[in-house]
Design a protein around this ligand. Structure first.
Ligand code: PGA
Length: 251
């Protein structure tokens, strides 16, 4: 469990044009030997840039991920991207069940589970997102909500190599707000216990990332918590300097 290398994932969301390849190149350049030894970097650009970024990243060990995939491998699904197509670009990761997909595209836990299964079939590592709303936290329901999301969206038979869980409180995403360190630690310990009860010792190997307003100024204290095995970073991942500074919390 201690040998687990932390993972810092950048989620570019619907940002980035071909010209952004230069900024991504600065991330690749900044991922020097020392950082490489301590932390795995993953960048998830929009689908239009997956192949381009995969080529730029060649030989650098910066990994590439998509932001979503379809539960089916092919068929009449206009506008969708299968996990196999994602893998075909050179990507190795895919974000699944992000709260923006859940709210804007009405995706359910069951949808997320199908996507994790498809990712697994295509040889991708799924980054499964869970998180409570502000009201659910205020009502004292945060732990129960996460249990129910994990229960509904995590397929059986996963190992610590196929699955990453990202805890992203909905109200912390893009808001500049974060839970207290005690609340993050409590939730991550809770998720760890859930994973171990479901998966046995494999549950101890799963990376649990924190996401929601991670920035250079709060990265060290959040990433230093027990059972926080990395971060899922939105806004601050668009600037190479900020993203590398967050990853340097592990340096
Ligand atoms: P944020 O987004 O870092 O901009 O809050 C995180 C995410 O949605 O993955």
């Amino acid at each position: 469990m201690h040998a687990r290398k932390p993972i810092v994932v950048g989620n570019w969301k619907m940002n980035g044009l071909k010209a952004s390849t230069a900024e991504f190149g600065r991330i690749v350049e900044g991922y020097g030997a020392e950082l490489r030894r301590r932390v795995q970097l993953v960048v998830c650009p929009p689908a239009t840039l997956l192949s381009t970024f995969a080529v730029v990243a060649l030989g650098s060990r910066v990994a590439i991920g998509a932001q979503d995939c379809h539960p089916r491998m092919s068929g009449a699904h206009t506008g969708d991207l299968s996990a196999e197509m994602v893998a075909d670009t050179g990507a190795n990761f895919v974000i699944v069940g992000h709260s923006e997909r859940r709210s804007a595209h009405y995706e359910s836990d069951e949808d997320a589970r199908g996507k994790v299964e498809a990712a697994h079939q295509a040889g991708l590592i799924a980054i499964l997102c869970v998180g409570e709303t502000e009201k659910e936290r205020r009502d004292g329901a945060a732990l129960a909500v996460i249990d129910s999301q994990l229960h509904g969206s995590m397929p059986d038979g996963m190992t610590g190599d196929d699955l990453i869980v990202a805890y992203e409180p909905v109200w912390a995403i893009g808001s500049g707000l974060t839970p207290s360190l005690a609340e993050i630690a409590e939730m991550h310990a809770h998720i760890r216990a859930h994973l171990v009860s479901r998966m046995g010792s494999e549950g101890g190997r799963v990376h649990i990332l924190y996401g929601g307003s991670v920035k250079p100024s709060n990265a060290a204290e959040i990433l230093g918590l027990a059972d926080v095995n990395g971060a899922l970073v939105g806004g601050a991942s668009l600037k190479a300097a900020d993203f590398l500074s967050i990853a340097s919390a592990y340096a």
